[in-house]
Ligand binder design. Structure first.
Ligand code: ADP
Ligand code: ZN
Length: 818
């Protein structure tokens, strides 16, 4: 009898691929183990065994596997089910889910890979622009292939760049990565076997009497051993004895000391061992906790709707404590881990070493370690905090999932596939584990609240801040009127300036929010009207004063700012609009004594970029922090008296059916950073349109009003959550081909689906990186079968790809969220 395995390859294939194995291999293998397999003419991929059987494939002759890579399964059956759900629901392949679900180190390939050099300390300012692009990409991805690098820097010949990066120790090259993960080893020392008895030791010390440095080391080691039973690290001994490396080495050479290694984890917590007492919950928190537990009894997904600073985190802590008491695993999902050092510290105070953190800024090795700790259900990974990728770890026994800030858009992955929403995928995961799941937010998403209204989800509410601190006082400032009355200084109204002055003199801190980075989004010549555009994208270039550059925020293209207009040559360049850089600069002029910091994508590069700024603000080294939406997420500052919104209008006018919901969430969240302790905080919102309904709802904290309006609009215009929606995006570098292709696709969809098909239409930015973009939107009633519609769409895609003229057009599906 012949034996076969079905294998999931980490590439977009519709089917699992079948290979032959020997009988012994068939007995040894189990689903979830990795095998290296040949594919195509010469490639080797890492595949994941999904099934072992004896049925030969019908249409091709199965090849042999190259080798088995694991001794036991790396992925469990719940994960495989979860991945399959993600692939089906979000219209991608399970291979794509596999690729993004496991740490890069698990996916060997026979292609050259570019890795980050973890060893070296890199000075970012020393990098040329193309070098920086590669370096930056490696912060987010554990490895890059040659063709990916060439896409990033948009050049075929990338060898010069790679060579420069190698010279600067920024990257490493790997031909084959069978053994990419290396556990970190730490060197320890003990006394050589010969000298374990006291007599021997005495003799030894005698012989060493003429080598005082050496005997000092031996004595120090003896003392360290007496003090603690723990193994002694070489550098500990060095410190304790004042001896040098060479002295220790010569003792090791003489076999007086013995060196040995212990494998340690890189991701370890070095705080106090345990365990701060849990805080006693107040009455409102207790009630909420009771409601949550009640809903959990009924196996319900539950929403904790608590205003900013109401103490939601302490409720989560109780639930986690309950969960780990039963020895189960807990997962705490956050929208963006980089911003949550604060939270991690807070949870570590309670749970100490039981917490592991998992996110994309971690190195390959760190991620592999967390994976293995979860896989083996080790205590140190009993609680995992992570961004969306933490969903994919090999949990075997989840008891609780918390999705904090569930309304956050960044839970949705946009690129590459799987384009999943982590909150929704977490709900499915909770069903697979039959575990509890809590969604938390001060500003729940319309879709989640809709599920509460329909009694699909359970609900718990905290409507007061902890300690009865009042919600901040909100004031709207009419920019039109201020300008007419000539009350503006730069972009600051008189009211905002007064309040800043007051806060500064009281020693309170200030947060200013402007959701645009750079100095100004548009540069324009006042003589001829020319405004520099990105050559690759349909957007104007943003002026960055600090670097004296014009930059494209979509593709990274940049050029030096010219003295005079490139079109007419006159030196009459002016800027329109403003970003965080300009706010910062105006503050320096208006309040020269204040210390001002800025938090946006430009100031938070690198692994610890965010932490540095947040810590500086926490330590009150800064008086004023200017920032983009990064400021809104879950930060708990003690001394912020004032929050200023520089301009609310850009948010409100964003062309998206969620713009109003998002504005409400963003403005409420950023306001929530004010006055979190005793004294009531103040919020000033500047707008040209202060009578906008959403601004009223923000200032009065009228969540229900906002929800009612939004649901009404979504019903009128057939948007989620009262309808389903799939966005199909098409990309191609030729304008005409894209138009023809999308017309063909839309017509085919209409033939099958009828009136629910909208478009094709160009999005507001219709060309990015030289690719034109067009969207088709498919709307469905909730009663329609989404599976059937997806299959119909997939079938049309197949016919589309069969037309050779269209094949080069990229087709991207986004289910539910656009
Ligand atoms: P949220 O997550 O709802 O914004 P937090 O959990 O950050 O609110 O709580 C706000 C502040 O109140 C925090 O500094 C927290 O330590 C404090 N706090 C909340 N609940 C309690 C409690 N039961 N006892 C003592 N302090 C609490
Ligand atoms: Zn561009």
């Amino acid at each position: 009898m012949q034996h076969f395995v079905n294998v999931i390859l980490p590439i977009p294939l519709e089917k699992h691929f079948t290979y032959t194995v020997t009988r012994d291999e068939a007995t040894f293998l189990s689903p979830g183990m990795r095998v290296a397999v040949p594919f195509g003419k010469s490639k080797i991929y890492t595949g994941l065994v999904s099934k072992i059987h004896t049925t030969a494939p019908e249409v091709y002759e199965a090849k042999e596997i190259d080798r088995i890579l694991d001794e036991a399964a790396l992925v469990n059956s719940i994960q495989l089910k979860h991945w399959q759900w993600i692939a089906d629901y979000y219209m991608c392949t399970i291979g794509e889910v596999f690729r993004s679900a496991v740490p890069g180190a698990f996916l060997l390939e026979s292609e050259t890979l570019i890795l980050k050099n973890e060893q070296s300390n890199i000075d970012e300012t020393d990098l040329k622009d193309d070098e920086f692009l590669v370096y930056e990409a490696l912060q987010h991805q554990s490895s890059l292939k040659v063709h990916e690098v060439s896409a990033i820097i948009e050049r075929r010949n990338i060898l010069p760049v790679l060579n420069r990066l190698l010279d600067k120790n920024v990257i490493l090259l790997k031909e084959e990565i069978y053994e990419q993960y290396r556990p970190k080893l730490v060197r320890y020392v003990k006394l050589g076997k010969e000298y374990l008895s006291e007599e021997k030791l005495e003799v030894l010390l005698e012989t060493l009497s003429r080598a005082p440095k050496q005997s000092q080391v031996v004595l120090a080691l003896f003392q360290l051993q007496a003090e603690s039973k723990k193994p002694i690290k070489i550098n500990e001994l060095e410190r304790a004895s004042g001896g040098s490396k060479t002295v220790i080495k010569s003792l090791v050479d003489k076999e007086i000391l013995e060196e040995y290694f212990i494998r340690i984890d890189r991701v370890s917590y070095e705080g106090a061992d345990d365990n701060e007492e849990l805080k006693l919950l107040n009455e409102q928190q207790e009630t909420a906790l009771g409601d949550i537990l009640q809903n959990f009894e009924n196996r319900k997904v539950t929403l904790l709707h608590g205003v900013t600073s109401s103490g939601k985190t302490e409720v989560y802590v109780e639930l986690i404590e309950n969960c780990i008491k039963t020895n189960k695993q807990a997962l705490y999902l956050l929208p963006e881990i980089a911003l949550t050092t604060q939270l991690i510290t807070r949870l570590q105070e309670y749970f100490g070493e039981k917490i592991s953190v998992y996110h994309s800024k971690y190195s390959i090795n760190e991620r592999v370690e967390v994976w293995n700790n979860v896989l083996h259900k080790r205590p140190k990974a009993q609680i995992v905090i992570g961004a969306r990728s933490a969903l994919f770890l090999p949990y075997s026994d989840l008891g609780l999932i918390i999705v904090d800030e569930e309304h956050e858009g960044s839970f949705k992955q946009f690129d590459p596939a799987p384009r999943y929403h982590a909150r929704d995928a977490a709900i499915v995961l909770s069903k697979l584990h039959d575990c509890n799941i809590l969604l938390g937010s001060a500003t729940p998403s319309v879709e989640t609240f809709h599920n509460v209204q329909n009694d699909k989800y359970g609900y718990a509410r905290i409507d007061r801040r902890y300690g009865n601190v009042l919600m901040p006082e909100m004031e709207l400032v009419d920019l039109k009127e201020q300008i007419r009355k000539r009350r503006m200084k730069g972009h600051f109204s008189e009211r905002l300036l007064e309040e800043i002055q007051d806060s500064l003199s009281l020693g309170e801190q200030i947060i200013l929010f402007q959701n645009r980075r750079g100095y100004a989004p548009i540069v324009e010549c006042t003589t001829c009207g020319h405004s520099p555009q990105c050559p690759n994208c349909d957007v104007s270039l943003t002026y960055h004063q600090y670097k004296k550059q014009l930059r494209c925020h979509y593709c990274g293209h940049h050029m030096a700012l010219q003295e005079s207009c490139l079109a007419c040559g006159r030196p009459t360049l002016d800027t329109k609009g403003f970003g965080t850089e300009q706010v910062e600069q105006e503050l320096h002029k208006l309040f020269p004594a204040a210390k001002v910091g800025r938090m946006d994508l430009d100031t938070t590069r690198g692994k610890h970029g965010y932490e540095k700024i947040i810590t500086a603000f926490e330590q009150q080294e800064l008086d004023i922090l200017v920032g983009t939406q990064m400021l809104t997420k879950g930060l708990d500052f003690r001394n912020v008296g004032l929050v200023g919104i520089m301009n609310a209008d850009a948010l409100l006018n964003f062309p998206d059916y969620r713009a109003h919901e998002r504005s409400f969430q963003l403005l409420t969240q950023v306001s929530g950073r004010a006055g979190r302790t005793k004294k009531r905080g103040k919020v000033i919102i500047q707008s040209y349109n202060p009578y906008h309904q959403i601004l009223k709802q923000v200032t009065t904290g009228d969540f229900n009003g906002m929800y009612k309006d939004q649901i009404y609009e979504r019903e009128q215009f057939k948007y989620p959550p009262v309808n389903r929606i799939i966005k199909i995006t098409f990309k191609h570098k030729e304008y005409n081909k894209l138009n023809e292709a999308t017309d063909w696709f839309a017509q085919s969809l209409r033939n099958v689906l009828g009136s629910g098909v909208l478009g094709p239409e160009y999005p507001p930015v219709a060309r990015i990186r030289n690719q034109y973009i067009k969207n088709i939107i498919v709307k469905m009633h909730l009663e329609e079968s989404i599976v059937k519609t997806k299959n119909q769409i997939k079938r049309i895609e197949k016919s589309f790809n069969a037309i050779s003229y269209y094949r080069s057009v990229r087709v991207i599906f986004n289910v539910d969220h656009i």
